[in-house]
Design a protein around this ligand. Structure first.
Ligand SMILES: Nc1ncnc2c1ncn2[C@@H]1O[C@H](COP(=O)(O)OP(=O)(O)OP(=O)(O)O)[C@@H](O)[C@H]1O
Ligand SMILES: [Mg+2]
Length: 368
């Protein structure tokens, strides 16, 4: 009861007159006013319309701006939600306000909650993709634009592994704070024939109920094989036709953007490939980008890197991906320093780490 009195002043400040709210996205917070209570359950729903009903039935009339807390009084008394998106900026909840629960975990097949908060600023290079994501963000924030025939619809991220395709999707998800469905194409393949097609249908159905929404299908090549390979697996054929149907927007996909991701666009069925209006290439970083990626991660290291000629290392690592630079060079050097109880990492240790990683990939080539 004590905490209810703390809430009151805030609720009272909500009663001013303000424009009608179009859209509200709420992020579940837990019990911020209960000192010492660590157990704040994470809330999710697989029925957005039920959540909308639940939210409207208790908060209609409140004037809210971004950052405000809204407290539940129906199911979990004093459970708090924070308003992460309010449109217009400071406005009043009405019976028509679209209210969503902020969640990156909506679809059943293989979707993920991304606890880490990747931002665009952490992605070095890949400017074409960043620009495209900015365009997507602008469309998603404007209903008129989003419901026009000019809205982005199907986009393909392609390029060699480890160069930021998934990272870009995570950053986009973080940036837009609206519905985002992230799935691995291989997770769409079920045990029984028909599973995959059902999962695709469910996925688009869920997305349609929580527009604006982005569907990110990672590792698309694992299902969208060329026709001659598809015949090996009947369920793949079924899945591909379900996906083609959805991408064509047979059931009207206004407000949904599909982003596919693949290392091998040449493996994709031409029918699938032709559905993508834009093919965005993720290239290996150039020498100066490699230097920036290395320093970005070196600066996050618990053991300091000292007197490193990052420019030289940047020049020596042609065709190393962002993942290689982080996981093989930086992580390798940190692990070695931990093993040998060093308090700093020098140029010598770093070049050892590169040589070791080089040897590793040469051995792999030898055995493949
Ligand atoms: N351009 C970049 N800037 C900063 N870090 C990067 C960059 N590219 C890759 N990384 C690092 O490498 C990791 C792996 O990248 P990511 O998973 O996005 O690659 P991907 O292109 O999706 O690879 P795959 O094709 O194998 O799925 C990222 O989480 C990040 O730590
Ligand atoms: Mg990926």
């Amino acid at each position: 009861m004590e905490h209810q009195s703390k809430i009151k002043p805030k609720q009272e400040s909500f009663t001013r007159s303000a424009p009608k709210m179009d859209k509200l996205i709420l992020s579940p917070v837990g019990y911020p006013l209960k000192a010492g209570d660590e157990s704040s359950p994470y809330l999710s729903t697989d029925d957005p319309s039920l959540f909308q009903h639940y939210a409207r039935s208790q908060w209609v009339g409140l004037v809210v701006k971004e950052g405000n807390f809204l407290f539940d009084s129906l199911i979990f008394p004093d459970y708090a939600f924070r308003a992460v998106t309010v449109e217009p900026k400071e406005s009043q909840i009405t019976k028509k306000t679209k209210i969503f629960l902020y969640s990156e975990q909506k679809a059943d097949p293989g979707s993920k909650i991304f606890q880490q908060h990747t931002t665009f600023a952490e992605i070095i290079g890949q400017n074409q993709a960043k620009e495209k994501c900015q365009i997507i963000g602008k469309f998603l924030r404007n209903d008129d634009l989003m419901n026009s025939p000019w809205a982005p619809k199907n986009i393909l991220f392609w390029g060699p592994p480890g160069n930021g395709k998934t990272m870009m999707a995570k950053a986009l998800s973080h940036e837009i704070k609206s519905s985002m469905f992230l799935i691995k194409a291989s997770d769409l393949l079920g045990i029984y024939v028909g599973d995959g097609a059902r999962k695709i249908k469910n996925l688009f159905y869920e997305a349609r109920r929580s527009t604006p929404a982005i569907i990110f299908i990672d590792e698309l090549d694992s299902i969208a094989l060329k026709r001659n390979f598809q015949s090996i697996r009947g369920d793949v054929v079924e899945l591909v036709s379900a996906l083609l149907g959805e991408m064509d927007g047979i059931a009207s996909n206004h407000g949904i953007i599909t982003i596919g991701s693949t290392n091998q666009p040449n493996m994709l069925d031409s029918a699938i490939l032709s559905r993508f209006e834009d093919l965005i290439e993720f290239k290996y970083p150039n020498s100066s980008e490699r230097e920036q990626i290395l320093t970005l991660y070196a600066n996050q290291s618990p053991i300091p890197f000292v007197d490193i000629s990052w420019d030289i290392i940047g020049q020596e690592t042609t065709e190393w991906s962002g993942r290689d630079l982080k996981e093989k060079i930086i992580k390798g050097a940190i692990h070695h320093a931990v093993l040998t109880d060093r308090s700093k990492i020098t140029m010598q240790e770093l070049t050892d780490s590169i040589q070791k990683a080089n040897l590793f990939s040469e051995n792999l080539t030898y055995y493949s």
